[in-house]
Design a protein around this ligand. Structure first.
Ligand SMILES: [Zn+2]
Length: 313
């Protein structure tokens, strides 16, 4: 009895000693966790979006880009053509120069990079040369997320932009290809912009992000593409005469037309409610994306890290 009692006391003393001996180590370890940088967590999210023309990315992901940029993440828009066929009276180099300047102004307005490649508008083909341009862009940007159109579309340039980015997914990690630019260590998540085409299959809204907080910024970005939203597109739709001449008035006109055209689709509601819960009911404007099968397949946990816009669960 006595012996076991002493044994117990001895054990307790030993435990306490061990506790106090360990404590400074724990405190130091705790401090280290607080003060040492956690690179994996604090790295900005890197997003690259491709469009066929200098304004395509803006329409599909301008709001998302503005949200990322506001949080210090890195976004780049790339137009695969220079847009030199998109106007009723200007053309060639003069138009390409104007559209490149408009794209750069659009990027500047929301705090992202915007590059316009020098392939001709209306003549884009899924060649090995352009595929390599796309691979280089994704690698140089060290992209976590890549966004592109689906390869089903009315416009051949849009269609082939979809094919080119599809063809680059996976190849971005293959070291033996495009050897002038180091390969990525892991395949990014590849997304499609939303669209209304239904064959061979309709767009599936996997990730829907509210852009209510940046809607004005998105309009401000589109407003930079004067040659498109106030000249070429209204002209193709027989509305050229209706565009207000005053810059402030025409911007209001653009916002009103955008509201009608790109409003939240009813098919997006389910994905919106899944992540926004009760807040979803009050959301007016959103952008939706489909996760392609060819890139990394993110878990729900990773989706929430890559899209840090949703309320806590
Ligand atoms: Zn386009």
């Amino acid at each position: 009895m006595k012996l076991s009692f002493l044994h117990l006391v001895g054990k307790m003393l030993y435990k306490n000693l061990a506790y106090y001996a360990l404590r400074p180590t724990c405190v130091l370890a705790g401090l280290a966790l607080l003060t040492l940088p956690a690179p994996a967590q604090n790295q900005p999210i890197r997003v690259i979006a491709f469009g066929a023309h200098p304004d395509d990315c803006d329409l599909g992901a301008g709001g998302l880009a503005a949200k990322y940029a506001a949080r210090g993440n890195k976004v780049k828009f790339v137009s695969l053509t220079n847009g030199d066929a998109g106007h009723q009276s200007m053309r060639g180099e003069e138009l390409a120069k104007r559209r490149r300047a408009e794209a750069q102004e659009a990027g500047r307005r929301i705090g992202i990079e915007y590059e316009v490649l020098d392939n001709h508008d209306g003549k884009l083909l899924p060649t090995l040369d352009v595929r390599e341009q796309v691979i280089r862009e994704i690698r140089q940007w060290k992209a976590d997320i890549v966004i592109a159109p689906r390869p089903n579309d009315y416009h051949p340039d849009h269609r082939y932009t979809g094919v080119l980015v599809q063809d680059a997914s996976y190849m971005v990690i293959v070291p033996d290809l495009v050897t002038d630019t180091p390969p990525l260590k892991r395949n990014p998540v590849f997304l499609y912009y939303s669209d209304r085409f239904t064959r061979p299959q309709p767009f599936r809204a996997d990730i829907v992000v509210s852009i209510d907080d940046v809607f004005e910024e998105k309009i401000n970005m589109l407003d930079a593409h004067v040659s498109q939203f106030y000249e070429w597109l209204p002209w193709t739709e027989g509305q050229f005469e209706q565009v207000p001449k005053d810059p402030a008035e025409r911007k209001k006109w653009l916002a009103a037309s955008m509201r009608g055209e790109r409003k939240l689709q009813s098919e997006w509601r389910e994905a919106l409610e899944k992540r926004y819960g009760a807040q979803a009911a009050s959301i007016q404007h959103a952008e939706a994306f489909e996760i392609t099968e060819y890139g990394r397949q993110p878990s729900e946990e990773e989706i929430r890290k890559l899209f840090p816009f949703f309320p806590e669960r």
